[in-house]
Ligand binder design. Structure first.
Ligand code: GLU
Length: 385
């Protein structure tokens, strides 16, 4: 056996989801509220275009940066939806948003660079930063401010080694939405300090209460901004693996080279499907968002029938991030609790510790309402509440 020199932890969201899927494949009844995905069938137009692409043999290597009509339509979609100003040359199609973040860290981090990461954070940010020798610096958000961090809090933890900020708005796992004024302060700090910002905005289309503001709509920061988007959440296309990066041309060029030396780009079939999703964007996004809103409300209502303290609905995203004490669960770590309920009751939640926040758990509401209700009943039964 060869030794690996990689110091890489497993992704908690992916690991728990895989375990839940394995159990399901064995025929067990599993209540999977782990990985965040809007569980919906593909829109008929998307499915049709994908099968036509196969039938017509559009199945050879696509251009590394993505098929030109998709790059163009993606930039146009972002510009009209979020008041940004990107061209095709600023747009890269990736294997999901995650690979875009991975490639950006690979391209721009050097050993010992410090990266500010507001917490609770999405599980993969610190792991990716460490993979490229960077040092993740956690900036803990305050629950009373919907877990958001201020420019002042970021500044307190900045040092001359700070190179980058990874901001996630709308937030996973918190569902928080940053206001324009809050973003403006962060933008002026980042600009003054010369930081790069990776802005992960993949949940922007799932904003229920309040307005989503894209960092791409601040022209003063676009030279330092890598904006990450994805088809996964907006268009319920997680398994198709199509993401988008919007960035200055110099960044797109290096990220394209990384892609050319690694994935060679994402599936051509998925790219034609994604193009069709953009052609039907308003209809699909409205449907997905409305459906996720009703799933959110159903999960909140179910949990509130027996939780010790009432939880409120997150403003955006796909998750409830709640303290375990509302379930009467104490004196056990979130990881131990989540492992225990998965093993003993086949309920899959992600522990707060994976997001840098002990004492909490994340439940995805991407599954259909009946499934969510069954999961909460199973939880209630397990906890004898
Ligand atoms: N981003 C989703 C989540 O947080 C999908 C799983 C993953 O890639 O981490 O559950």
């Amino acid at each position: 056996m060869f030794e690996t020199f990689l110091n890489l932890e497993e992704s908690a969201t992916v690991a728990i989801n895989s375990l839940a899927q394995e159990k399901k494949a064995k025929g067990e009844r599993v209540y999977n509220l782990s990985a965040g995905e809007p569980m919906l069938s593909p829109h008929p137009a998307v499915a049709k275009v994908a099968s036509i692409a196969i039938a017509e043999g559009k199945t050879l290597y696509p251009p590394v940066a993505g098929i030109p009509p998709l790059r163009q339509a993606s930039a146009q979609w972002l510009n009209t939806t979020y008041q940004t100003n990107y061209q095709t040359a600023n747009t890269l199609i990736t294997c999901g948003g995650k690979f875009g973040i991975f490639a950006a860290c690979q391209a721009f981090l050097k050993p010992d660079d410090e990266v500010l990461i507001p917490a609770p954070y999405w599980v993969s940010y610190p792991a990716i930063v460490k993979l490229f020798g960077g040092k993740p610096i956690t900036v803990m958000g305050d629950e009373t401010n919907n877990w958001k961090v201020s420019a002042l809090e970021l500044e307190k933890l900045a040092t001359p080694k700070t190179k980058m900020l990874i901001l996630n708005n709308a937030g996973n796992p918190t569902g928080s939405l940053y206001a324009r004024t809050e973003l403006a302060e962060i933008v002026s700090l980042a600009k003054a300090r010369g930081w790069m910002i990776i802005s992960d905005e993949v949940y922007s289309g799932l904003s229920y209460d309040g307005e989503f503001i894209s960092l791409g709509s601040f022209p003063e920061i676009t030279d330092n901004l890598i904006l990450v988007q994805s088809f996964s959440k907006h268009f319920a296309m997680t398994g198709w693996r199509v993401g988008m990066i919007f960035a200055p041309e110099y960044a797109i060029k290096i990220l394209t080279k990384i892609q050319g030396q690694s994935t060679t780009g994402t599936s051509s079939i998925s790219q034609y499907a994604a193009l069709s999703a953009l052609e039907n964007a308003t209809e699909i996004q409205t449907q997905v968002c409305a459906e996720m809103r009703s799933r959110r409300d159903a999960l909140v209502a179910e949990l509130n029938t027996f939780s010790k303290e009432k939880i409120s609905a997150p403003a955006s995203g796909l998750y409830l991030f709640f303290p375990l004490k509302i379930l009467g669960v104490e004196n056990i770590t979130s990881a131990e609790f989540c492992l225990k309920i998965l093993r003993d009751a086949n309920i899959a939640l992600v522990p707060g510790s994976a997001f840098g926040c002990e004492g909490y758990a994340r439940a995805s509401f991407g599954a259909p309402v009946e499934e969510l209700k069954d999961a909460v009943s199973a939880l209630k039964k397990y906890l004898k509440m």
